[in-house]
Design a protein around this ligand. Structure first.
Ligand SMILES: Nc1ncnc2c1ncn2[C@@H]1O[C@H](COP(=O)(O)OP(=O)(O)OP(=O)(O)O)[C@@H](O)[C@H]1O
Ligand SMILES: [Mg+2]
Length: 245
C-alpha cells in the first residue's frame, strides 16, 4: 500500500512546498515510485518543476488520475499539477471532503509514496488531504512564533485521526531554515523537541540559499545543487522517512 504523506502546516512560508518537492525527488531517486500532488492553488510545487498549472484541478475532474499526470525530469516521479482556479477549490470545499480520498484511491496503488503539498490554511482542502493520507509531516520554521497556531492544527489532525475509516498517523515534525549559529534556532529546537519528543526528525534542514534558488531553474535543490548542505539534509531526511517504514 502507498504511504500517503500530507505535508501540512497552516502557517505560510515554513517550507512545505520545498520539503514536498525535495522529499519526492529524493524518494524517487532512491527507487521508490512516487507521486507528488499539488493541492495548493498557489501551484508552487508545479512551477518548481517548470510545469504549467492545470486549468481545472485534476482531482475535481472525473477522469482517471493517470490522464492528468505530468512526467518530471526525475525517473520514477510523477506530478499531479495544481490549479489556480478558485472555483475548483470551492467545489472541493463545499462538496465532498471525500473527493480527494476517493479520487486518489483510484490511482495510487502503483506508487510507494504519494506526497501532498497543502496550502497554508486549515480549510476543508487541508482537512480533505489529511483524510486521504496515512501520515502527516509538519515542517516548522525555526522562527519567532514557530509554535503559534499549532494547537489548532493538532486539533484538526486529532479529529481526522478519530474518524473510524481513517488511518492517519503522525509522520513527523521537521525543523526547517535551521541556523546553528542562532540562539533563536536553538530555542525553537529545544521547545519543539520538548513538546513533540520522538516525533521530531533528527534531521534538520539548514537555511541554504541554493534551496531557495532551485525552483527558479525548474529544478529541485537536489538536482540544482547536489553538493549543497540543503541537499545533504534532504537526502538524510529521505533516509529517515524510509527508516520509519
Ligand atoms: N532551507 C531553506 N533555506 C533557504 N530558503 C528556504 C529553505 N526552505 C524554503 N526556503 C524558501 O522559503 C520560502 C518559503 O518556502 P516554501 O514555499 O517551501 O514554504 P511553504 O510553507 O510551502 O509556503 P506557503 O505556505 O506559501 O505554501 C521560499 O522562498 C523558499 O524558497
Ligand atoms: Mg507552499
Amino acid at each position: 500500500m502507498a504511504r500517503i504523506v500530507c505535508v501540512a502546516n497552516q502557517k505560510g512560508g515554513v517550507g512545505k512546498t520545498t520539503t514536498a518537492v525535495n522529499l519526492s525527488v529524493g524518494l524517487a531517486k532512491a527507487g521508490r515510485q512516487t507521486l507528488l500532488v499539488d493541492l495548493d492553488p498557489q501551484c508552487n510545487a508545479t512551477t518548481a518543476f517548470g510545469k504549467p498549472s492545470a486549468e481545472r484541478h485534476p482531482l475535481v475532474l472525473r477522469q482517471p488520475l493517470r490522464e492528468s499526470l505530468l512526467r518530471t525530469n526525475t525517473k520514477g516521479l510523477a506530478l499531479l499539477p495544481g490549479s489556480r482556479t478558485f472555483q475548483d477549490v470551492n467545489t472541493l470545499e463545499e462538496g465532498e471532503a471525500d473527493a480527494i480520498r476517493s479520487h486518489l484511491s483510484g490511482g495510487v496503488n502503483a506508487y510507494d509514496f504519494v506526497l501532498i503539498d497543502c496550502p497554508p490554511s486549515l480549510g476543508r482542502l487541508t482537512e480533505a488531504a489529511l483524510t486521504a493520507s496515512t501520515e502527516v509531516l509538519m515542517p516548522i520554521q525555526c522562527e519567532y512564533f514557530a509554535m503559534e497556531g499549532l494547537t489548532q492544527m493538532i486539533q484538526v489532525i486529532r479529529r481526522v485521526m478519530q474518524e473510524e475509516t481513517n488511518c492517519l498517523e503522525f509522520g513527523g515534525i521537521l525543523l526547517t531554515m535551521y541556523d546553528h549559529n542562532l540562539e533563536l534556532t536553538r530555542e525553537v529546537d529545544a521547545e519543539v523537541r520538548d513538546f513533540f519528543g520522538q516525533l521530531v526528525f533528527d534531521t534538520v534542514i539548514p537555511r541554504d540559499v541554493t534551496v531557495s534558488e532551485a525552483p527558479s531553474h525548474g529544478l529541485s535543490a537536489i538536482d540544482y545543487a547536489p553538493r549543497s548542505k540543503g541537499t545533504r539534509a534532504y537526502i538524510e531526511l529521505c533516509m529517515e522517512v524510509l527508516e520509519r517504514e
